[in-house]
Design a protein around this ligand. Structure first.
Ligand code: HEC
Length: 165
């Protein structure tokens, strides 16, 4: 009789151990799900242009930038030398797109518009620039990708500052 009781006790203890282990596994699983959701959560940073955290999209922007923009704005976004001094004919030089320029002083909407319309958009008010109009050259997607590439080089505080504009 005693032996049966002992056996019963052993079985109960084993069951409890199993239950504790299942509980532990469940907890680990839950933690992994929570971590996954956090990791996949789209950034709430409003300064992020659509696609900025999509590496393929940014890589596409880089290709467009290097083929169409870098000759004037520089492969490292540095702009033309002495960009704050206009050319002899009074037209603007290409400004840098990094934090030393004023690209980040403008909203995404303004920047997309500038890329589409080019220097001609300035003519009625403040003169001309060599900035070409890209609305018939690049697709909307390519233009957005180029902006995403430019912005992907900005430090967080510049992204933050741009979002406030
Ligand atoms: C032939 C030279 C040239 C090329 C090529 C060129 N740009 Fe420009 N860009 C300029 C000049 C000059 C300005 C300054 C005057 C102006 O805003 O139009 C400018 C201005 C800009 C501005 C406005 C920046 C500001 O702070 O107002 C943006 C944005 C811009 N360019 C993006 C691009 C992109 C993107 C490309 C490639 C798809 C490109 N540019 C190609 C010469 C060029």
């Amino acid at each position: 009789m005693k032996r049966v009781q002992k056996r019963h006790q052993e079985i109960m203890q084993k069951k409890q151990r199993q239950q504790r282990m299942m509980g532990g596994l469940l907890l680990v699983g839950l933690l992994m799900i929570v971590a996954g959701v956090f990791w996949l959560r789209p950034s709430s940073d409003s300064a992020e242009t659509a696609g900025m955290s999509n590496r393929q999209f940014v890589a596409m922007g880089e290709e467009v930038y290097n083929s169409y923009c870098a000759a004037c704005h520089g492969f490292n976004f540095e702009g033309q030398p002495d960009w704050q001094q206009p050319f002899a004919d009074g037209s603007f030089k290409a400004p840098p797109h990094d934090e030393t320029g004023h690209t980040w002083h403008h909203s995404d909407t303004y920047l997309i518009e500038s890329i589409k319309l080019g220097g001609a958009r300035l003519a009625p008010n403040i003169g001309v620039s060599a900035m070409p109009a890209y609305e018939d050259v690049l697709t909307d997607e390519q233009i957005e990708a180029v902006l995403a590439y430019i912005k992907s080089s900005w430090p967080p505080e510049i992204l933050e500052a741009q979002s406030a504009r």
